[in-house]
Design a protein around this ligand. Structure first.
Ligand code: BEZ
Ligand code: FE2
Length: 404
């Protein structure tokens, strides 16, 4: 048993003070230090620095580790120019992305307090690193392929990867999962097969959806920047699906849709009605010129996620949260800070169906302790100060074990 003492604990009821947490792999009790010491006299006491706040470990629901080598290769500013450079530099970037680089990316996330991440994997190359990293990893095996001629072969390869991730040892903290690349890049027949597998095996499911204006135009009318792209790389001139058909493919299984920046209010309402959620990647959207997701109007749960280093400059969840505050400059800042912390803790855990994301009895003891540079003058501003002042966490626990 361990007992952790911090000035504040972030809970569903707000920040509480003068309390400590007793835990093993899971949280056993939240009470005053005196009572906990009396009840668990042999527990190890962990006294954090003054002005520390105990948060549940943060959750980054959407990251692509395999693109961690990108610094200046990919062109930012517009989605299509970016996609062209992904095709141009893909082999170089993947070749340069060895296990050491991916371990560095996991470490960067860990330092910023991320105890769980959703790894989107095209080839399964990240599996070894994800098995070895201390973090909880929801391993999203990605299905891609719009060409019917190759669809069966690509589906077979995808299922092999799904099976490999299902064979990870329990100790690795890997949860197998399924990702659909996007409406424009996945043939509807294999898409439905993959959704059925997710449903049957109860695997978390995600899909990129309506990231760019070009995607919307291609899916709605077969025109725009994607027309030349598909002519050039696939010698095709019509999209394999449309927005409505794609959305309906997920009707019977809650899915985590990434981006949705170009979705209409009606489409977003439909996703909400079907119990789906959104991964919001503000820096990625800004860097690729995709626009701003109107989070203030959402009626469905959303998470804030970093996406990969293919469309970002860091994998720090606090860098992402600071950018989110800036992108949504019309939303009152204190309320936004509060809702963003929820989006990367309890809301994200619910989306990924994990028993973490809250400091509460019975939850996994995944914690991130942050330390403010001075005593917060007003309690109602702690959420904002936490986001603005945190570069690295001061302590981090996963399943009760200390990693920072
Ligand atoms: C495809 O396989 O159809 C595809 C892959 C990447 C981008 C666009 C389409
Ligand atoms: Fe992504």
């Amino acid at each position: 048993m361990k007992i952790l003492i911090a000035d504040y604990i972030y809970t569903q009821k707000g920040f509480i003070s003068k309390q400590a947490v007793a835990f093993t792999e899971t949280v056993k009790e939240i009470n005053t230090l005196e009572i906990l010491k009396e009840k668990y006299p042999n527990a190890e006491l962990i006294q954090t620095e003054p002005n520390s706040i105990l948060y549940p470990g943060f959750i980054n629901t959407h990251v692509h580790l395999e693109f961690s080598a990108n610094k200046t290769s990919l062109k930012y500013g517009s989605f299509m120019s970016w996609l062209d450079t992904v095709i141009e530099h893909r082999d170089d970037l993947m070749g340069a992305c060895d296990n050491t680089l991916m371990q560095k990316a996991c470490k960067e996330m860990l330092s910023s307090g991320i105890t769980t991440f959703g790894a989107i994997s095209s080839f399964g190359n990240e599996l070894e690193v994800c098995e070895e990293t201390p973090q909880r990893v929801v391993f999203f095996n990605e299905l891609i392929g719009s060409n019917a001629m190759y669809a069966d072969m690509l589906y077979g390869d995808f299922m092999e990867r799904v099976k490999a991730s299902q064979n990870c040892t329990k100790a690795s903290r890997v949860t197998p999962a399924i990702a659909i690349h996007s409406p424009y890049s996945v043939h509807p027949i294999i898409l439905q097969k993959a959704v059925n597998v997710a449903k049957q095996e109860k695997l978390p499911l995600c899909a990129h959806f309506l990231e760019s204006q070009a995607e919307r135009e291609w899916l709605s009318s077969g025109t725009g920047d994607f027309e030349a792209f598909f002519k050039k790389y696939f010698n095709t001139s019509t999209p394999v699906t449309n927005i409505e058909e794609f959305m309906h493919a997920f009707d019977s299984y809650p899915t985590h849709f990434t981006h949705c920046v170009q979705a209409t209010p009606k489409e977003l309402d439909y996703l909400a009605k079907k119990g789906h959620s959104i991964a919001h990647c503000p820096r990625s959207n800004r860097y690729l010129g995709c626009g701003r997701l109107q989070i203030e109007a959402l009626k469905l749960p959303f998470t804030v996620a970093t996406d990969g280093l293919s469309s970002n400059d860091s994998l720090s969840i606090f860098d992402e949260l600071r950018a989110t505050l800036m992108l949504h400059n019309d939303i009152p800042i204190q309320a936004l800070a509060t809702s963003l912390l929820k989006s990367v803790t309890s809301d994200a855990a619910k989306v990924l169906n994990l028993n973490c994301g809250e400091v509460a009895v019975g939850k996994l003891a995944d914690f991130a302790v942050i330390t403010l540079p001075e005593t917060p003058k007003r309690e109602e501003e702690i959420a904002l100060w936490s986001i603005l002042h945190t570069k690295e966490v001061s302590h981090l626990f996963i399943e009760g074990e200390k990693y920072v």
